[in-house]
Write a protein that binds this ligand. Structure first.
Ligand code: TRP
Length: 467
């Protein structure tokens, strides 16, 4: 069962480049921004436990499934699934799952770019010394001022989208490798420095307890969010990892490689949490404050320590880079697909897709200011409204896209990928690709992909819909 197909888009130099690229995709705003604030919102340790379980039992098995589908298919996710389904005498409609994932990835990119843009603004602010000696109130006000200004948000959003498009247009293989080799370790070192600082705040144990104290009464509310976040942080469920798998060299064990990516991603998230919460408590703030956590609490810390401005500057540069190495992985599945399908140049395809994402992202930009009252998915007293201006409940544009992708599209996509790898592909194909030597270990992993991951997703998904 040899696999001798070749991707027309290129092949990574080694499997380490895959680890680098997949970790670059996985480690991003999800780890540094979203994980800490969600832990805050969903009550700390209970959320962390759910998150770790979701990663191990569902996230990593799905990542395995995606990687092996990609490497076996050697094409964009849509075409990889189509050709593998035909090969396995199954329905080519399986490719619809990849198509849905592709759209989800573009939707995620649309708001991801806006938030990544915030970090660009903070690079400038840190560079100018805006945050020197800033108070908690001052930092909150500065963040409020940024999000209230649609023009400023649009500027940074445009810049970030442009940067994402430029890398993709040049080709991922050539552009990615060199920068990631420098930036990823640097990000890691800076997180450790930040962790070191939080150790000196005198509130480290309070932060530690918050992150790891398990309160079973809080499990309920956070479990759906934890599952959604497990998908988000590992970049699975949309084909990002699948498309990177398609560029993986033939002779590389997928099992060990994917495990490394999952572990690295989790490590970064926990480190970010451990670094952030003590600073939050030291500043006398509450960690339940939602999305503003990174953009309000960190500036306070940086504004009040020696060399903080410089460190803050470097930190936000690295956040931007982490976001950038993630954002490209959201655009790549669609670009690869349309290049294959249309035969148009990569540059042209990238320009069109990046523009569409930019346009959708404008909805997110406006949801923080003039469009804040535009609500979607409103369950009011008078029934359900898809859209309503100024409704009491419901979600604004940003929250809606975040909800639609994290809670619905990612789990559905992941479910389809796991079922496809576990039940449609032949057992020998999976064994051949995973290259896990020990038969018992292979059996366990295969069982996780076939049974545990799909059931896990289904339970959580049904619970979400019937809530
Ligand atoms: N995992 C990235 C993060 O944590 C975001 C990301 C990249 C992503 N590619 C994705 C999320 C695909 C969902 C789907 O920031």
């Amino acid at each position: 069962m040899a696999n001798d197909k070749v991707s027309i888009h290129g092949v990574w130099a080694s499997r380490w480049v895959f680890v680098l690229a997949a970790t670059g995709s996985a480690v991003g705003l999800g780890n540094i921004w979203k994980f800490p604030y969600m832990t805050g919102v969903y009550g700390g340790g209970a959320f962390v436990v759910m998150y770790l379980l979701c990663i191990a039992l569902v996230g990593v098995p799905i990542m395995l499934a995606e990687t092996l589908i990609g490497r076996r298919g050697r094409q964009s996710p849509v075409n990889a699934m189509k050709s593998l389904a035909i090969e396995a005498d199954s329905s080519r409609r399986w490719s619809l799952a990849a198509l849905m994932g592709m759209v989800a990835a573009l939707l995620i990119l649309s708001f991801y770019s806006v938030v990544a843009g915030w970090s660009l603004d903070y690079i400038l602010g840190m560079g100018r010394g805006d945050f020197a000696g800033i108070s908690g109130d001052g930092a909150g006000a500065a963040f409020g001022k940024l999000t209230a200004d649609p023009w400023r948000l649009t500027l940074w959003h445009s810049l970030f989208m442009l940067g994402t498009g430029l890398v993709i247009a040049r080709g991922v293989v050539a552009g990615l490798e060199r920068s990631l080799r420098i930036m990823m370790p640097l990000l890691f070192v800076l997180l450790l420095v930040l962790l070191g600082y939080s150790l000196t705040t005198g509130h480290f144990m309070q932060g530690f307890d918050f992150l790891f104290h398990f309160d079973p009464s809080k499990v309920q509310g956070g479990i759906l969010a934890a599952m959604g976040h497990a998908f988000f942080t590992l970049s699975v469920g949309v084909g990002s990892i699948m498309v990177y798998g398609a560029y993986m060299p033939k002779k590389a064990s997928i099992g060990a490689t994917v495990l490394a990516v999952g572990l690295l991603d989790t490590l970064v998230a926990l480190t970010a949490g451990l670094a952030l919460f003590p600073i939050v408590f030291a500043a006398g703030l509450e960690p339940g404050g939602g999305p503003g956590l990174m953009f309000v609490t960190l500036p306070i810390a940086f504004g009040n320590i020696a060399f903080g401005q410089l460190m803050g500057l470097v930190f936000f540069v690295l956040v931007a880079v982490a976001a950038w190495s993630s954002s490209i992985s959201m655009l790549e599945p669609a670009v690869a697909y349309f290049v294959e399908r249309s035969g148009q140049s990569r540059v042209r395809v990238t320009a069109v897709l990046a523009f569409i994402c930019w346009l959708i992202g404008m909805g997110t930009v406006l949801s923080f200011n003039v469009g804040a009252e535009a609500k979607f998915f409103v369950f009011g007293d008078d029934g359900f409204h898809l859209y309503q201006w100024g409704a009491e409940g419901g979600r604004n544009f940003f929250d809606s896209i975040d909800y639609l992708t994290s809670r619905i599209l990612l789990p559905l996509g992941g479910l389809a990928f796991a079922v496809f790898a576990g039940w449609v592909l032949k057992r020998e194909v999976v064994r051949d690709e995973l290259a896990i030597g020990h038969p018992l270990l292979f059996g366990l992993v295969y069982w996780l992909v076939r049974v545990v991951a799909p059931i896990g997703v289904l339970i959580v998904f049904v619970a979400e819909l019937t809530k």
